[in-house]
Structures are given as C-alpha cells and as structure tokens.
Design a protein around this ligand. Structure first.
Ligand SMILES: C[S@@+](CC[C@H](N)C(=O)[O-])C[C@H]1O[C@@H](n2cnc3c(N)ncnc32)[C@H](O)[C@@H]1O
Length: 351
C-alpha cells in the first residue's frame, strides 16, 4: 500500500496528466508514504469536532476535544514534512461548543502547529459567510464566520505571488475643473492648504512639499500612480509611531517634513476578511460539508506556483482538486471514503 502510493505519486509528478491523484486511505498513513519536501501547498478543511459522521468515519468523533486536536496535529506534522521549504498550508477549521463553552479549537490547533510543529502563521483570515446556517441558540450571538489560517513552512523565502490577487479600484481618476482628481477624490487642494497652514514646516520645507505634491499629481495624471495619501508633519495623522528607530516613515517626516503613501497600479492587496457565501457554486447535493470553490481560489493563486502541486489530506468531494484543475495545477487528494473520491474524480472530469 505505502509502496504503491510512493510510485503512484512519483509517476504522477513526472507525468503529463493534469487530473488529480486521488488516494483512498487514512490521511496519516497515506501522507507518511509520500516523500519529504514534495508538494508546493496544502489546503484543507478537516472534519470539525463532533459535527457530523462521514461515510467512512474517521477524525472528528473522538471522546474528547484534546484527543481530536492531537489527531489533527499528527496529520499536520506529516503535511509539514511533505511540504517543500517554499510551501504553505491553508487550514479552514470551524469551532464547537461543549457545555455551552466555545472551545476555540481552531486557535488551539493553530498554536500547536506553530509552537510544536514549526509552522509560521502568516494570517488568520476571517471567512465571512454572509449567510449563516440556521442557528437556534437563544442565549448567544449567531456565528457567521470561520477562520482560515495561512501557515508557511519557513518564516521567509516561501512562494507568494502578491500580484496574483489584487482588488482593482472601483473608480478611476477624473478631471474636475481642469484639475486631476484621484480615484478616491484626492485633488491636492486639502494637502496644499495643510502645507500652507502648517506651523511645523519651515518656508523651505513648504516649498519642497508643494513641489513634491505637484510631481505626485502629475504621476496621477499620467496614470503612473492611481492614488496616494500625503502625510505632513504636524498636520496629518500618521500610521506609525514617532520613534525614528522603529519607523523609516517617522525619520522621513522628521527630516523632510512630509512623505507619500502611493497606491499600486495593479490594485490593492486583498485583505484578511473574505466575504464568501457557503457552497455558492455547487449546492449541497454531493456531500455533507464541501467548502466553496471561492475559498480555495485565492490560496492557490497566491501560494502555488503555476507548475506546482496542491495537496488536500481531507479532500472529501474534491473541491480543492476541482479548483486546482481549473487553475491548471496538479493536485493530490486523500480521503477515507472511496465514495467521496469517486465524486471528486467525476467533478474534475466534468468541464
Ligand atoms: C469537511 S470534509 C472535507 C470536505 C471537502 N473540503 C469538500 O469540499 O468536499 C472532511 C473529510 O475528511 C474525511 N476524513 C475523516 N477522517 C479522515 C482520515 N483520518 N483520513 C482521511 N480522510 C478523513 C471525511 O471522509 C470527509 O470527507
């Protein structure tokens, strides 16, 4: 079994097929049979604690939540081992209550993965579900979000394509009364007034600040910079402390009297709050708990190189592999239930 997995995996990596490699078995055993440092990124949503029973049982039905967490951590140790040094791991995990107490299971797992396994936690993404499942509790708030943790194997040097996902500004620059106005309405008039009224800038600094503002507006006009903010000593709120030791911005402000925050022409970086309706693209007909395709798209675009390999150790009905396939990445999916893997296989073949 283990030897079969190794050869299936190595043949798959070397071969031309872009269909996923789906392996039936216990995640920990299958992972143990895969070579070190062989996949580029992993993304998964394991069974939640005491939420539902899957066709082949498995993790999630332990007697105590600490046993459940131990089992997950053991699987993710193997995920850590099979990841390349440039690799990353995205984990979506929901929480559970016990005797009315919210257990904070996702956070407990995340802390163990950083403290014991060696992962670096780069973000805790809030998956805002917008439309929640029915929640009958009458003595607490409705839960509408779940965390998605973004871990990397190494603290730096990991693959991350910041330009792969960007938010384009909703509005473009315009011209009002002969003057250029940025996408968010910056025309320079207010900044010029602040420079004029500043009691902290010398006359010489004011001249330089006005000239720099003209130059920046020119860049907006030519389209080189879509938008900007100007920070002026003593006149505008800063986004950093005053310590020149800690912040290059503070130093610039002290020495020159102003600095600019320029927006990227490629659009804004996406944030760590993602609005995604559950199962928005596939309905509930396949499986008890598929996650939405949209939850997988950003992680793959950001952290799996175009020729890379994606791994999901609890692949279920194959959402991860389906998205990887759509995005022309190879993928390996593992699940205890052969029935789910059949669905996963069909989903990746239906174009
Ligand atoms: C939340 S579901 C995954 C759903 C998946 N993201 C999808 O879109 O269909 C969790 C899956 O973990 C599988 N599972 C549970 N214990 C397992 C184990 N020890 N090894 C492998 N798979 C397991 C279950 O069969 C189930 O399909």
């Amino acid at each position: 079994m283990a030897a079969n997995n190794v050869s299936a995996f190595t043949d798959y990596i070397a071969g031309d097929s872009m269909l996923p490699l789906l392996i039936q078995g216990d995640a920990i055993d299958v992972l143990a049979s895969l070579p070190d440092c062989s996949v580029d990124m992993a993304i998964t949503s394991p069974p939640y604690y005491m939420k539902r029973e899957y066709l082949a049982g498995g993790i999630g039905l332990e007697d105590s939540y600490s046993e459940y967490i131990d089992n997950l951590v053991d699987v993710f140790k193997e995920v850590y081992r099979v990841l390349k040094p440039t690799g990353s791991f995205w984990l979506n995990l929901g929480d559970s209550y016990q005797s009315k107490n919210l257990l904070m299971i996702p956070q407990r797992v995340a802390i163990r993965l950083t403290d014991e396994v060696g992962f670096t936690l780069r973000n805790q993404v809030v998956w805002n579900k917008l439309k929640g499942a029915p929640d009958n509790a009458k003595d607490r708030l409705r839960t509408l979000w779940e965390p998605v943790f973004f871990f990397t194997k190494e603290p730096s040097g990991y693959y991350y394509d910041v330009d792969a996902v960007r938010k384009k500004p909703r509005k473009a620059k315009s011209v009002e009364h002969g003057a250029v106005v940025s996408a968010t309405g910056v025309s320079g008039v207010r900044y010029r007034r602040k420079i004029e009224l500043s009691t902290e800038l010398s006359e010489e600094e004011k001249k330089k600040a006005n000239k720099a503002l003209d130059d920046m507006l020119h860049l907006v006009e030519t389209g080189e910079v879509p938008d900007f903010r100007m920070v002026i000593r003593g006149a505008t709120r800063t986004t950093h402390g005053d310590s020149k030791k800690l912040s290059g911005r503070a130093k610039e402000l002290a020495e020159k009297g102003f600095y600019f925050l320029k927006y990227s022409n490629k659009g804004a970086k996406i944030s760590d709050v993602w609005d995604i309706i559950p199962e928005d693209t596939q309905g509930r007909r396949y499986h008890y708990a598929p996650y939405p395709e949209d939850l997988v798209k950003n992680p793959i675009a950001l952290t799996c190189p175009p020729s890379g390999i994606v791994l999901d150790p609890f692949v279920g009905t194959g959402t991860t592999c389906k998205v990887a396939h759509d995005m022309q990445r190879k993928s390996v999916g593992i699940d205890l239930a052969a029935e789910y893997l059949e669905i996963a296989s069909r989903r990746c073949k239906d174009e």
